[in-house]
Structure formats: structure tokens, C-alpha cells
Design a protein around this ligand. Structure first.
Ligand SMILES: NC(=O)c1ccc[n+]([C@@H]2O[C@H](COP(=O)([O-])OP(=O)(O)OC[C@H]3O[C@@H](n4cnc5c(N)ncnc54)[C@H](OP(=O)(O)O)[C@@H]3O)[C@@H](O)[C@H]2O)c1
Length: 311
């Protein structure tokens, strides 16, 4: 089985596949992450540039369900392997564990891109300001790289006003939203001063979200995928189509899925509680899906959420 390695020219060609309008920064030859190493790895994940000029890694670490000592250990492990973008949220009940994991990693805070979200129960201008202060305290930091409105419910416009002020005060480097439909984004932008940098939405091979993809690209808002591995639903890890593609490159279904996001210019934040999986999910920068692979994956689209319980 041949493992295709990319030289610099191929790598730059790969970068040109990125289609959401994201600009890649610091692109260079990515290397494999050392298996078995417990030392802090220098990250070789490229950055994209958000619409306010802030740089953000194109691949990050999701933390939903990773709480307490497990959450702390997983975040520290992820950082030691090279992840620098950490995604959390008030509703995950793990901001304290994420904060401890960051401390445990020993990494300089400035090397990280820490992102959290305000939950619906804290919506409204005043409540959002308080919730943000609590998130900072739990995360043991004095600023966030990104803060998102988790869902477009209740008084989210009041929350957005709070986010705008916190951004202008320098307490948040970039502000964005999650789970917004295009019309909700249009409405928010029509009544506010600052354009969101990102919309974090469910995106994976079974729910490609072409309409949102096109809208976000046109609007200069970065698309970020939650549940980029569909949380394992619909048997994604044993899907035969993904497996056949992966076999050509000696990659597994998770890696093919994450490479697919990467080539579409989407920021993915896979979660894992296992160090081996964390490593696998980083090891996606030394091969390239061709046009036919991308078209084949597009045919897996079921065009509906795999999380109906959250709709
Ligand atoms: N904004 C929102 O509304 C929203 C909603 C959902 C999620 N999110 C964010 O998106 C992140 C990712 O989504 P998610 O956590 O729902 O699911 P996900 O990342 O799509 O999938 C996680 C699952 O995949 C497994 N997995 C990971 N890597 C694997 C690999 N290489 N091989 C086999 N299995 C693997 C994990 O199991 P192991 O632990 O065994 O590896 C876990 O069960 C969340 O953690 C959260 O930060 C945001």
C-alpha cells in the first residue's frame, strides 16, 4: 500500500484546494506527530486568517463530554501532541477541567487558541457579560481567543452587543456564532456593528451543508464543523466508501473525514478521549484526496442532521 507524501509544491497545491475563502498562514511541510512521545510537540497545524485578521488553527480539539479529571487529562494530552485550538462551552460543564488541562500542559497561554460559548440561559446583555466573566475564571485566563453565541435563541442580540463590547475592550480576540441559519446571520449583521468571524455548525460527510457552505464563503465568515466525525453516528468509522478511499492512502475513516474538511477549508474540532485517536486525527497533512475522492464523499450526504434530538 503506498503512502503518498507531499513535497512543498504539492502541499501548496493542496492549500489551493481550500475553498471557503480562508487564507492559510504559516503553511509549510507538515510532519508526522511522534507516536509514544509525552513531550510537548511544536504544532505544525496551519492557521487560517479570520475576517478580523486574527489567526486560528484549521484543526482543533473538541471537548464536549470530557469533564473532570478525564477532561483535564485529555486537554493536556491534546496540547502535548500539538493541538492548539481548544473548543469548550459553558453548557459542557468542563471549562474548569479545560483550564486545569491547559495549566497541566505547561504551554504558554499565548500559544493557544481558546474558544468558549455562551449558553441560552445566559442570553441577554447583562447575563452574557456575567457568564463571560465566569468562563474566564473557570478557564483560569484573562482573555478568550474566541467566544461564540451557542444557539440563536432568546435574547441573542443582547448577547451579541455584550460580545461586541468585550471584543472592543480586547477581552475576546474574535467573536462568532454557532448553529445560525443564513437568514439569522443576515438579521444579526443588519442590526449590529461587528460581523461574526465564524459560524460553528454540524458538518460531516453525512451532512455536508452545501447551502451554509456557499453562504458563509460569500459572506466572508469562516465555517467551523462541530461533530466533524458525526460523533461516530451512522457507523462512520466503518463506512465502506470512506474505508475504500482511505485504503489508497493508508488512512482510516476518521483521517479521510478530517482531510475532507481540511480540503474544503473548514475548521474541524474532533474530540477524543484516547491519545492514539488524537494522534491519528492530527496525522492528516501528508496525503491528498483527489477530485474523484471528494466527489465520492459528497455522495454520502444524507442532507439532514444526524442529531435530531438537538434541533
Ligand atoms: N456548537 C455546537 O452546538 C456543538 C455541538 C456538538 C459538538 N460541538 C463541538 O464539536 C466537538 C466535536 O464534536 P463531537 O464531540 O460531538 O463528536 P466528534 O468529534 O465528531 O466525534 C467524537 C467521537 O469520535 C470518536 N473518535 C475520535 N477520533 C477517532 C478516531 N481516530 N478513530 C475512531 N474514533 C474516533 C471519539 O471516541 P474516542 O473518545 O474513543 O476517541 C468520540 O466518540 C465537540 O467536542 C464540541 O467541542 C459543538
Amino acid at each position: 500500500m503506498s503512502k503518498k507524501k507531499l513535497n512543498r509544491r504539492d502541499f501548496l497545491k493542496t492549500g489551493s484546494i481550500l475553498t471557503t475563502g480562508a487564507v492559510l498562514m504559516g503553511a509549510g511541510t507538515s510532519r508526522l506527530f511522534g507516536i509514544g512521545s509525552s513531550t510537548l510537540q511544536k504544532s505544525s497545524i496551519e492557521n487560517i486568517v479570520l475576517n478580523n485578521g486574527v489567526k486560528m488553527p484549521i484543526l482543533g480539539f473538541g471537548t464536549n463530554t470530557l469533564k473532570g479529571s478525564v477532561g483535564e487529562r485529555c486537554v493536556a494530552d491534546a496540547i502535548s501532541l500539538g493541538y492548539r485550538l481548544i473548543d469548550t462551552a459553558k453548557i459542557y460543564g468542563n471549562e474548569d477541567a479545560v483550564g486545569l488541562g491547559i495549566k497541566k500542559s505547561g504551554i504558554d497561554r499565548k500559544e493557544l487558541f481558546v474558544s468558549s460559548k455562551v449558553w441560552v440561559s445566559d442570553h441577554g446583555y447583562e447575563n452574557t457579560k456575567k457568564a463571560f466573566a465566569t468562563s474566564l475564571s473557570k478557564l483560569q485566563t484573562d482573555y478568550l481567543d474566541m467566544y461564540l453565541i451557542h444557539r440563536p435563541r432568546e435574547d441573542y442580540k443582547g448577547s451579541w452587543k455584550a460580545l461586541e463590547e468585550l471584543y472592543q475592550e480586547g477581552k475576546i480576540k474574535a467573536i462568532g456564532v454557532s448553529n445560525f441559519e443564513p437568514d439569522q446571520l443576515d438579521d444579526l449583521m443588519a442590526s449590529s456593528k461587528i460581523k461574526p468571524v465564524i459560524n460553528q455548525i454540524e458538518t460531516h460527510a453525512f451532512y455536508i451543508q452545501n447551502k451554509a457552505f456557499d453562504y458563509l464563503k460569500k459572506s466572508g465568515i469562516q465555517m467551523q464543523a462541530w461533530s466533524p466525525l458525526a460523533e461516530g453516528r451512522n457507523q462512520i468509522f466503518s463506512n465502506e466508501t470512506l474505508a475504500a478511499i482511505g485504503k489508497k492512502y493508508n488512512k482510516n475513516n476518521a483521517q479521510v473525514s478530517l482531510r475532507w474538511h481540511y480540503q474544503r477549508g473548514i475548521v474541524a474540532i474532533p474530540r477524543s478521549s484516547q491519545k492514539e485517536h488524537m494522534k491519528e486525527n492530527l496525522n492528516i497533512f501528508d496525503f491528498q484526496l483527489d477530485d474523484s475522492d471528494m466527489k465520492t464523499i459528497a455522495k454520502l450526504d444524507l442532507n439532514k442532521t444526524q442529531f435530531p434530538e438537538w434541533s
